[in-house]
Ligand binder design. Structure first.
Ligand code: C2E
Ligand code: CA
Ligand code: CA
Length: 611
């Protein structure tokens, strides 16, 4: 058992205790310790504090519990060397002796001691035989200075390490933030694509299941338009929240942009993904109504799911399949989710190839107009021609406009298509006039993009001027299914068109949402009852009653009423009795090519010119 003796003068217990140097001597020879202590007092006065440990263990105890400025260590402590003793003590005391300087005191003058001492972290070494006040004072000063410098460097290194660590943390934080969608806080597209690529590769390598879901809110734009962007934003947040709630911990939910969301759904080892269940669950959860800023918002969601198989090469290809499935789900009125299958692939490929063929045909000017006559319901006089676009697909033959018009809108070609049809139709109207048929107005169907392009007035003036026609030759049919907000944007241009003398007709009346409302928004002078109504009126009394009331209302505000889809004599009689001014339909004529118009007009109106 070693001894640790406090060798302190009474002076050091009073007064300048705090500033006095604190020494420890690890020395197994009491005589050597006393000699050292005496010398230190000679140098630093009686106030100096010196403690003694006569073995490694006692030294360890003292160093772990007290603070020292400098430790003298005897090179030979009997069982252990002074260097070993300091190593052991360092291990036990750790950072608490970091600031402490060590001097090795040795009895032998041997060349390798100084090197060994430096390696072991000693600041200096002293020969016992040469101990004298001057030399000791220099050694202490030197050791303390060396230690102070070491400590300074150590502190700087620590500060640097801490700064580096902080910078790394910040960078990680920034990287994380850069990968999150700022609105909803879930993964953004960049993080999603990263996880998609790595998740796909990992699942493939391990032979595990992997699926991707693409989601979209069905009427998000509508919510944004009618309730404002703040409600739209809150809805997106709520959707992100429900999505995170609906998935498992190892799935990823991401917002890819706008109202587009996506999920990564890896299978755990030994379990397989029930895609039907997942699709159903997610579509159901998202479709339940939301309470947002005092509004009850309903926004059904569509989900498309693609499951990894041998035919898909990477994550992006899988996502493209999920998108196709989503596209399909959105088009299907009865299903809110769809799981990708090969037949779907074929269908999408077909629609893509149809799109390409349409673009080629538009660029080559291969589409053409046909004309369907409209006549006065009572007198049978010609009142106008509705212009309908036609397209013959090189392989498929005639494709209905209900298919190719939306396709042209989707691929951004509706404006050149319409320009081509309008121009040909105006040329036909001018030709009829020149052949003595007078003013037979041509009625064009306006697509949403044409309403919103903002320069319809300019284009109309240009068109009429080019063909030498006055505005009475022109009628625009605006379908009632166009959103009210779009109609608002069009309202001022519509008024200028009307003032110019162009007739505006509300088409497909009865199929849209706010039928009566639309009448108030636009300077409409004609109303066209949709063909489905004309058909239903005969057999359904309710439809009959609705149309009757609508017609009497329309008449009371001075609108002209035309019924389309008049296929039989009975249809004609019914709509005429209800008060329709004009009729159009197969009963009068099917749509005719431009070249067939003159013969038809001549046959039906023997005197040639009409009104
Ligand atoms: P719409 O404006 O309602 O056009 C009337 C549709 O009814 C035409 O179909 C016409 O052929 C059809 N139809 C006429 N009489 C009868 C009838 O007695 N019975 C039946 N069952 N149908 C009749 P089409 O030509 O297939 O056009 C369909 C739709 O495509 C049009 O509906 C119109 O919305 C759109 N469309 C056609 N051409 C153009 C165009 O150049 N531009 C734009 N934006 N849309 C067009
Ligand atoms: Ca029409
Ligand atoms: Ca119609």
């Amino acid at each position: 058992m070693g001894t640790a003796i406090a060798c302190q003068s009474s002076a050091s217990l009073q007064g300048n205790q705090d500033t006095a140097l604190r020494f420890l001597a690890i020395e197994d020879d009491e005589g050597d310790f006393r000699l050292l202590a005496r010398l230190l007092r000679t140098i630093y006065g009686q106030g100096v504090r010196i403690q003694w440990a006569d073995c490694a263990q006692a030294a360890s105890t003292l160093l772990c519990t007290k603070q020292f400025d400098l430790v003298f260590v005897d090179e030979n402590l009997g069982a252990v060397s002074g260097i070993q003793c300091v190593q052991t003590v360092r291990e036990a005391a750790g950072s608490s002796i970091e600031g402490c300087a060590f001097i090795l005191v040795t009895g032998r003058d041997c060349g390798d001691v100084d090197v060994a001492a430096t390696h072991a972290g000693f600041c200096d070494y002293l020969l016992k035989s040469e101990l004298a006040p001057g030399q000791l004072e220099r050694a202490v000063r030197y050791a303390l200075e060396t230690q102070r410098r070491k400590q300074e460097i150590l502190d700087q290194k620590r500060a640097l390490d801490a700064a580096l660590c902080k910078a790394q943390e910040n960078e990680q934080r920034f990287r994380r933030l850069a990968q999150l969608d700022p609105l909803t806080g879930i993964a953004n597209r960049s993080l999603f694509m990263e996880r998609l690529a790595s998740g796909f590769a990992a699942a493939k390598a391990r032979g595990q299941g992997f699926a991707v879901a693409a989601l979209d809110l069905d009427r998000f734009k509508n919510v944004n338009d009618t309730l404002g962007h703040q409600v739209g934003d809150e809805l997106l947040k709520a959707v992100a929240h429900r999505l995170t709630d609906a998935i498992r911990g190892y799935d990823t939910a991401a917002r890819l942009g706008g109202d587009e969301f996506a999920l990564i759904l890896p299978s755990r080892p030994g379990s397989s993904l029930n895609a039907v269940q997942v699709g159903e669950r997610i579509a159901d959860r998202l479709s339940a109504s939301y309470e947002i800023m005092g509004h009850e918002v309903t926004s059904a969601a569509s989900v498309g799911i693609a499951i990894m198989d041998d035919t898909v090469c990477d994550g992006e290809a899988l996502l493209a399949r999920a998108d196709m499935a989503l596209y399909h789900a959105k088009r299907s009125p009865s299903r809110s989710f769809y799981i990708f299958d090969a037949a779907l692939d074929e269908e999408v490929r077909e629609s893509q190839s149809m799109e390409q063929a349409l673009i080629r045909s538009i660029d080559r000017g291969e589409l053409y107009p046909v004309f369907q006559p409209k006549v006065h319901a009572g007198t049978g006089d010609i009142t106008g021609l509705e212009v309908l676009a036609r397209w013959e697909h090189p392989d498929l033959g005639d494709v209905p406009p209900d298919i190719f018009i939306p396709l042209a809108e989707k691929c951004g070609r509706i404006l050149p298509l319409s320009a081509m049809i309008f121009s040909q139709a105006c040329a036909t109207a001018a030709c009829l006039r020149d052949h003595g048929f007078g003013i037979i107005p041509v009625a064009f169907n306006l697509s949403r993009n044409q309403l919103l392009q903002g320069n319809l007035l300019g284009l109309t003036e240009e068109l009429l001027a080019r063909h030498g026609l006055s505005p009475e030759f022109l009628e625009y049919e605006i379908t009632e299914t166009i959103m009210p907000r779009d109609l608002d944007l069009f309202a001022s241009e519509a008024t200028r068109l009307r003032d110019m003398g162009v007739t505006l007709t509300l088409d497909d009346f009865g199929t849209g949402l706010g039928s009566l409302e639309n009448l108030r928004r636009l300077p409409i002078s004609k109303l066209k009852i949709d063909r489905r109504f004309v058909l239903n009126m005969i057999d359904h009394r309710l439809d009959h009653a609705i149309v009757t009331a609508t017609i009497s209302m329309a008449r009371s505000i001075g609108l002209t009423i035309i019924a389309e889809g008049v296929e039989t004599e009975e249809h004609h009689r019914t709509v005429f009795e209800l008060g329709c001014d004009e009729i159009q339909g197969f009963y009068i004529s099917r749509p005719l090519r431009g070249s067939a118009l003159r013969p038809w007009l001549t046959d039906n109106f023997a005197d040639g010119a009409t009104h």
